[in-house]
Every structure is written in structure tokens, then in C-alpha cells.
Ligand binder design. Sequence first.
Ligand code: ZN
Length: 276
Amino acid sequence: MRPVIIAVAITGSVPRKKDNPTLPVLPQEQIESTHAAFEAGATLVHIHVRNDDETPSSDPDRFALVQEGVRKHCPGMIVQFSTGGRGRDPAARGLSLVHRPDMASLSTGSVNFPTIVYENHAVLVDDLAGRMKTHGIAPEIEIFDLSHIHGGKRLIDAGLMGANPHVQFVMGVQNAMPADERLLDILLAETRRVIPGATWTAAGIGRHQSEVMGWALARGADAVRTGLEDNVRVSKERLADGNAELVRIAADLLARHAARPATPTEARARLGLRPA
Ligand code: ZN
């Protein structure tokens, strides 16, 4: 059985509302939800934090609080902070990196989202990559468009990033790339040509979550991604009970592809991270 990393994106930026009541938003809720996901087989947690009024936050202390809880309750789990932009001041997006999570997400270009332009100016991208390098944080490059692969390559050539980043193809965001299996092949081929040392995963948004995961597993992905940030339903009829249920669905899918959830040690080795 091939070990595959299950990444869980526990919260995201979308408000908690009636169609996602189990979304963990406060730090304690986030730690508990991550712990349940860890017990179910997740070994990487992707974290956004919120203010008390539940709006997206860039407060480094909040990030530190969640990281501390995860490190305490989920031994070895890989902590990844989001430096994503929805609802956050661009200048504040990198402030949390002083707390040296294992990884941080990094968008290398701009793209249309459902209701906004997700802006990632080249100056900001360089700044975030530089901070990650300074603090010894491994980037996960978010690929919302083909050009973002080349954005990653530019950072490598500029010495702002190592030659073996982790990349994530994000499919199914309205107004960006559709969830399309042939498109995944194109993205993967281009990544292998341009950044041959990259490890990779793919995220399917909304109803595409399991479908994209299946395509990724069939192509030997190093990781899969699930979690309430991307999708809150297990079927048309039913909402997920929480992040752990989505992780269990991912683990079942792994088994159908002769794979099993990676242990924290295996996950860290695969992504070239320091031991916990
Ligand atoms: Zn995110």
C-alpha cells in the first residue's frame, strides 16, 4: 500500500452559515476539529484564522495559538499557514510567518474568483516567498492557472525558493479553472517539465472534491486534499459532520487506489520537511 498524505483544509475564508454549521472558526474549535481529522488519518493541516466576529484575520497571535494546540494534540502533524488573500490586507498576509509553521501556501499569480479578483502582485509574491525562505518554511504553490507554474519557476530561478516545492492544482473554483481530468494532465505535464523536482496534490472545490482526488490518486499524487474549506457536503442530501468525516471519505478512496494515509514521519520525509 502506497502512503499518501491527506491534507485537511479545516476552515477557509467563507463565513460560517447554515450550510456549513460544523465549520471550525474559533481557535479552540479549530484545534478540536484538526485533532479529529488527525485521528482519522490527516497528516497536514491548512489553516486560516478568524477574528472574534468570524471575519478573516491575519493576526499572528491567532495563528500561533492554533499551531500550538495542533502541535500539542497532533504529534508530528504538518502545520501549514495560509497566506491567501480573501478578505485580508495584502500587507498583513505574511505576518504569521514569524511563527515558523512547517509550510505556508503561496499563490504565484492573480486569478478571478467567484466575486473578486484574487490579487497577487509580483512584488507581494516575492515578499512572501522571501519571508518563507528566511524562516525556513516550505511553500505549497497554489496553482489556480497555468501561468502560476511559471510563477513558481521564476521564484526558483530568483533564489527565493528551493528546487523541490510542493504544488497544488486547484480545480473547480468558479471563474478560474474547471474540474477537468484532461486539464489536470496538462497541468501535471507542464509542472514536470518546468519544475521537475516538485511534489504535488490537487484540490477539487465543492462537489468536485472526491472526483479530483480520484484523478490525483490514479496519477500517483504525493498528497490529496479535503476539508470544509473546499466542500461542506458528503452528498446532495447531506452536510458533512465535520472535517474528520471528509478525511474518512478520503481514506476510503485511498484504499480503492491501493494506498493508505501516510504517517507524520512519512509525510515529512516525502515533502522534505524537518522532523517534528
Ligand atoms: Zn486556504
